[in-house]
Design a protein around this ligand. Structure first.
Ligand code: DP6
Length: 341
């Protein structure tokens, strides 16, 4: 069977990737929790019987969707450049997400990692895979979308060369294994403050760091934060984790607010949720914190032992800031699953 199916999750960055250099390389290293419930399932079918056919066709939830073809074509053109033996092959992708595109949750991490894993299977079946499977999957996922390269591993992954993480590289992500058990219990309740596509695409967003007056400071701080988070995650220092993760989210948005042109992606509900989380933490001394990606939605992160506080805060206050009362419950997850065993 010339096909492969993988389920691959999204991830949420703790130290953020924001800014690129060269071809799809990160301006600074980043680290993330791999999620569980927010995933993409993709089947890749390959065939070299009819080179006159279009290079790629994409079906989303069973319906052909030309909107996704340009990004997929770019990916496959790069793959063919790396593996010229694939040049006569044509590719069909069948894909679905567990979270709606319109939810504002970035789907590129899960979709590109799922696609990269399917491609690795294909290369393996053709005897073209010369590098360790997940490392190469991460490398290919990065070509599709930077943050996707962290999704091929479970729990915690980091991407970008950094002295505190031996074996780290700008080319692919690596798993982070020295993690205190408390972090394996983390939940991520995603507050859908605003449905709809992100108003700043990642391409535009990363580009804003070019000529940004604070870019150099940002990259230095991100590097320092990688040192700090490594220690924090090894020791299980949850209060310091909260401080660092929130500071990273704020800095990401501060960079957008101070770029040229500038963007304000937070909505009033985002700000209200941040205040509510901080006020509740000051009052109850729990460890619920927030992070943000390049959008208005709020990721509420907390260790399992704070679930009761989190549910109370969600039901009494935060749900009121969510568009149509919507939120997604997720948690740190074990990583992608091959479905064509
Ligand atoms: C804010 O991975 O979506 O979520 O490489 O252009 O596809 P491309 O960018 P993308 O950027 C993610 C940015 C972020 C931070 C992060 O995930 O580290």
């Amino acid at each position: 069977m010339n096909q492969s199916t993988w389920q691959s999750p999204s991830n949420i960055a703790l130290v953020k990737y924001w800014g690129k250099k060269g071809f799809q390389l990160p301006a600074n290293p980043s680290i993330s929790f791999t999620l569980d419930n927010c995933f993409t399932e993709t089947t890749l079918i390959w065939d070299d019987s009819d080179p006159d056919k279009n290079l790629v066709s994409v079906y989303v939830e069973g319906i052909e969707n030309p909107a996704f073809v340009p990004k997929a074509e770019k990916f496959f053109n790069k793959l063919i450049e790396l593996h010229p033996l694939l040049k006569d092959f044509r590719f069909e992708l069948q894909t679905y997400n567990t979270f709606p595109h319109s939810s504002g949750i970035a789907s590129s991490a899960s979709s590109m990692s799922a696609l990269a894993l399917c491609c690795c299977d294909m290369l393996m079946q053709m005897d073209l895979l010369e590098i360790e499977f997940y490392r190469y999957a991460s490398f290919l996922a990065r070509i599709g979308s930077g943050s996707a390269c962290r999704s091929v591993y479970g729990d915690v992954a980091m991407w970008g060369e950094h002295e505190a993480f031996p074996g780290s590289s700008d080319d692919f992500a690596i798993p982070v294994n020295e993690v205190h058990p408390v972090f394996k219990t983390y939940r991520d309740t995603i507050l859908i403050i605003h449905e709809g596509q992100k108003s700043v695409s990642s391409t535009v967003g990363h580009g804003l760091l070019k000529n940004h007056p604070f870019a150099q400071s940002r990259f230095e701080i991100a590097n320092r934060n990688m040192h700090r988070i490594r220690k924090i995650m090894t020791r299980g220092d949850v209060p310091l984790f909260t401080e660092l993760v929130e500071a990273e989210a704020m800095m990401l948005h501060a960079l957008m607010m101070t770029s040229d042109p500038n963007f304000l992606l937070m909505k009033s509900g985002t700000v209200a949720a941040i205040h509510a989380i901080r006020e509740s933490r000051a009052e109850h001394k729990h460890n619920i914190c927030f992070t943000l990606d390049a959008g208005a939605n709020v990721h509420m992160l907390y260790p399992e032992e704070d679930s009761v506080f989190a549910d109370e805060l969600l039901n009494h206050t935060l749900v009121g800031f969510c568009e149509k009362g919507r939120y997604i419950r997720d948690n740190i997850g074990r990583g992608p699953i091959r479905l064509n065993a």
